[in-house]
Design a protein around this ligand. Structure first.
Ligand SMILES: C[S@@+](CC[C@H](N)C(=O)[O-])C[C@H]1O[C@@H](n2cnc3c(N)ncnc32)[C@H](O)[C@@H]1O
Length: 214
């Protein structure tokens, strides 16, 4: 399995990483109605989603490899008077007990590995979720131009390493729809969407997956 590498948040200038993504509001509302309490933000970054869940009364746990990101989240939470339990850690070896969480979000995170690592990470998600617990995760799609960009070093047939900040040295695993279904074979898949984000000079495709532990 490839060595993990955090984002270099010090190099990030865009504001988008401070505003919750629009689809996450739906999961806050859904999981609140379902009476879910214990929430894990896996690869929380600067903590935009952790803050939203904590504001909505969830018992919020947040993990990332980036000290910079966790410090930003701790500062924000303190300013807002919110309790968020942050930990520096790796998504392929979670420091949480089995069956601990009602719900889990991992937004643009779990693809930061290789073909071997993604199976370990999905196994960790399965382990820490309660039976009946739900997740919303995203995975990089092979439709993305970055998957076939010629100058990225390739680690295996599904994995490249990006070379620009804030992701220089960060591995990216890409999947197609059959790959997504294979990876999530142990879960009940509620919904899969395949979405293109348009940027100034390129675009990126992701699978957005809502599922449940059986
Ligand atoms: C694209 S950012 C997304 C951050 C956050 N989920 C959001 O939506 O704002 C990816 C995050 O995953 C973290 N990350 C990458 N590989 C990781 C790993 N193996 N374990 C924990 N965090 C990791 C990075 O440090 C970064 O903060």
């Amino acid at each position: 399995m490839v060595k993990s590498k955090e984002w270099n948040w010090a190099e990030v200038k865009e504001n988008i990483w401070n505003e919750p993504s629009e689809d996450v509001y739906y999961y806050v509302s859904r999981w609140k109605k379902q009476g879910f309490k214990k929430f894990l933000d896996l690869g929380c970054g600067l903590g935009r989603h952790s803050v939203l869940f904590a504001e909505n009364g969830f018992d919020t746990y947040s993990l990332d490899l980036s000290d910079f990101g966790l410090n930003a989240l701790n500062t924000k939470a303190e300013q807002l008077g919110l309790e968020v339990k942050t930990v520096l850690g790796d998504i392929n070896n979670l420091p949480y007990e089995d069956n601990m969480f009602d719900c889990l979000l991992s937004y643009h995170v779990i693809s930061h590995t290789d073909t071997q690592g993604i199976k370990v990470i999905i196994g960790e998600i399965n382990r820490v979720l309660k039976n009946g617990g739900e997740f919303f995760i995203t995975l990089c799609s092979k439709n993305s131009p970055s998957y076939t960009k010629k100058n990225y070093p390739k680690l295996d047939e599904n994995t490249i390493v990006k070379t620009e900040e804030p992701e220089a040295g960060v591995p990216h695993f890409y999947s197609d729809l059959n790959g997504v279904k294979d990876l999530l074979g142990n879960f009940e898949v509620i919904r899969i969407r395949h979405i293109e984000d348009i940027y100034e000079d390129t675009s990126g495709w992701h699978y957005f997956i809502h599922g449940r532990k059986r």
